[in-house]
Write a protein that binds this ligand. Structure first.
Ligand SMILES: Nc1ncnc2c1ncn2[C@@H]1O[C@H](COP(=O)(O)OP(=O)(O)OP(=O)(O)O)[C@@H](O)[C@H]1O
Ligand SMILES: [Mg+2]
Length: 252
């Protein structure tokens, strides 16, 4: 049985999409069937894989309509990598969802046979804890929380973990945190080293060993519509995301 992961943090620009795209691509390159579900109306994950923002069916049709996530999956280019694209319609979902009955569990009910078809399903969340992210956290088995190695990283994180406890209690008791992932780490700066130390002290066991370095190659890969493993396979960012995939699989 495959696992469904959510990549979430209500803070914007911390590397959620970069992680969702590149981690999924690394697992796909290793030979497992993987699915990336873009749940952000910014459509960044969709565009990062070179797909159009107007495709249908999209994640909106899964959340609001009757299409299952498994049905909405389409090949994304690289072998074994599939995508449920986001579409601009998704911007309306945050308003439409609360009007629907059982709005928190819609995505979970519409996953379809994704765990049978895909070893890994990765849900890329928007930067908020609104109705769409709640749907992702209710549908997921495991959670990856990217954290940027910067000042105040910890404050937002504590708030996020509080909300997570509520979602666990009310909707999804089996949701596990796979780990906190330090992203955009620049080991030359003292601040990044301090933030890393602080995170590891506060959340022992929870922080992935693997740290994602700040890298121009990682930042430019989406403009080529490619994951880092295809854009710059031997770059430090590509090596880091491959290590993260191995660590994730080892953690089970
Ligand atoms: N390791 C990295 N090195 C350099 N730049 C990076 C790295 N990871 C992410 N970035 C860049 O930082 C910006 C934010 O990353 P990303 O879009 O992955 O964050 P996000 O959390 O998904 O943002 P949002 O909250 O808006 O969805 C992007 O421009 C991305 O290219
Ligand atoms: Mg994003």
């Amino acid at each position: 049985m495959g696992a469904v992961y959510a990549v979430a943090n209500q803070k914007g620009g911390v590397g959620k999409t970069t992680t969702a795209v590149n981690l999924t691509a690394c697992v796909a390159a290793d030979g497992s069937q993987t699915l990336l579900v873009d749940l952000d109306p910014q459509c960044n994950a969709t565009v990062a894989l070179g797909a159009d923002r107007e495709l249908r069916p999209s994640s909106y049709d899964c959340l609001i309509g009757e299409v299952s996530v498994a049905e909405a999956a389409r090949p994304a280019g690289p072998d074994n990598l599939w995508l449920v694209p986001a579409n601009r319609d998704l911007a309306g979902a945050a308003v439409e969802l609360p009007r629907l009955e059982g709005s928190e569990t819609r995505l979970r009910e519409r996953l379809g046979p994704v765990r049978e078809r895909f070893a890994f399903t990765m849900l890329d969340c928007p930067p908020s804890l609104g109705p769409v992210s709640v749907n992702a956290l209710v549908a997921a088995d495991r959670l990856i929380v990217p954290v940027q190695a910067e000042y105040l990283a910890l404050e937002g994180l504590v708030q996020f973990l509080d909300t997570l406890s509520m979602i666990r209690r009310d909707y999804n008791p089996s949701l596990n945190v796979s780990g906190l992932l330090i992203t955009m780490h620049d080991e030359r700066t003292r601040l990044a080293r301090d933030v890393e130390r602080e995170l590891r002290e506060h959340f022992p066991e929870m922080v992935f060993e693997t740290v994602i370095p700040r890298s121009v190659r990682v930042a430019e890969a989406p403009s080529h519509g490619l994951p880092i493993t295809e854009h710059a396979p031997s770059s430090s960012g590509s090596v880091a995301y491959r290590n993260l995939a191995a660590e994730l699989i080892a953690r089970g």
